[in-house]
Design a protein around this ligand. Structure first.
Ligand SMILES: O=C(O)CCC(=O)C(=O)O
Length: 323
């Protein structure tokens, strides 16, 4: 059984985060590692044929192969992370997103009607890679403001042991009840960023190592950041998001039907990517059960992306400077 205990749920409500060890058996990730290995291999073959890569680095282990290829060309990341993020939508990833033990944890916090929120990311954080370092932000900074009061649960899942050395996340405890802080666009490494003086009261910051098999849970209002990878392994991770079916979503909606001209309750928290039902007691037929359907639903939003939330954030380089 992997439902959260009352103590764990209380900790999450109070602190805005919770690390849950042993949700997955480490072997649960073997198919996903194989799937990523195949994607990397195919991309490497193409890059080599295009004269952008000297060799395929097939003898390197999963934790290191990407580092070697990336040192020659950053184009290797495209098929894994996609252009606007999201990207990969293979069957082994679907198996992790819908893993019964993970959904049991999720149900403990959001109830039995579970939608996989569109914004999931695959992050191969290569040692020393600047884009791997993510400044302080709240996930709500990326979502539509009418979802600020809803819980969109982030499940941050490393595919290797995530340590302080290889760049696990830092969180600001007890800072998730103060609404959405001011964010700036184009912050460090191009990300949305909260400037230090604007961080909500809470803390002090805590680094949260997560052993392989564990999951770090965050609310969409929990400030967090991602620290540099100073190790020699790729810190592979997934950040998956889930919400209750009552939270605005685009389940069943074709991307071409998106319009701002309707009630907030009918506008997804993050319109550019596809939400999908992963568990429902009320309407079991709505659940996406096959990896092919998952892939199809995701891909049609890749071809035609509805616009992103407009929160009116100022650029980081135009933020007020102390006088
Ligand atoms: O995985 C990382 O390094 C960053 C994750 C993150 O910032 C997020 O999930 O919002």
């Amino acid at each position: 059984m992997s439902a959260l205990t009352e103590r764990q749920a209380e900790f999450f409500e109070r602190e805005g985060y919770l690390m849950v060890p042993d949700v997955f058996a480490p072997t649960d990730f073997a198919p996903l590692r194989d799937e990523f290995t195949a994607v990397i291999h195919e991309a490497a073959v193409e890059l080599r044929a295009a004269g952008k890569l000297s060799r395929l680095y097939e003898d390197e282990p999963f934790e290191r192969r990407l580092t070697r290829i990336y040192a020659e060309t950053d184009e290797i990341l495209g098929p894994i992370i996609g252009r606007g993020g999201g990207g990969h939508s293979g069957p082994a990833l679907f198996a992790v997103i819908t893993h019964p033990a993970l959904l049991e944890v999720v149900e403990s916090l959001i109830g039995p009607e579970i939608i996989a929120s569109s914004v999931y990311r695959v992050r191969p954080k290569i040692p020393g890679m600047a884009r791997g370092v993510v400044p302080w932000h709240q996930d709500s900074g990326y979502f539509n403001p009418h979802c600020d009061r809803d819980l969109i649960l982030t499940c941050w899942i490393p595919l290797v042991d995530a340590t302080v050395e290889n760049g696990c996340l830092e969180v600001l405890p007890r800072a998730h009840r103060r609404g959405v802080a001011c964010h700036y666009t184009n912050g460090p490494n191009g990300y949305l960023a909260i400037d230090d003086p604007d961080l909500p009261a809470g803390g002090p910051p805590v680094a949260v190592p997560v052993p392989l098999g564990g999951v770090l849970l965050l609310t969409n209002l929990t400030p967090h950041c991602s620290t540099p990878n100073r190790s020699d392994v790729v810190r592979w991770s997934l950040d998956l998001r889930y919400q209750d079916a009552a939270v605005p979503n685009n389940v069943g909606e074709a991307p071409q039907d998106f319009t701002w001209d309707r009630p907030d309750a009918q506008i997804a928290c993050y319109p550019p990517e596809a939400d999908f039902v992963v568990q429902s007691v009320r309407d079991p037929r709505s659940v996406v059960r096959s990896a092919d359907d998952f892939n199809r639903i995701r891909r049609r939003y890749e071809r035609l992306r509805p616009p992103g939330p407009e929160r009116g954030w100022t650029r980081y380089d135009r933020r007020p400077q102390p006088s």
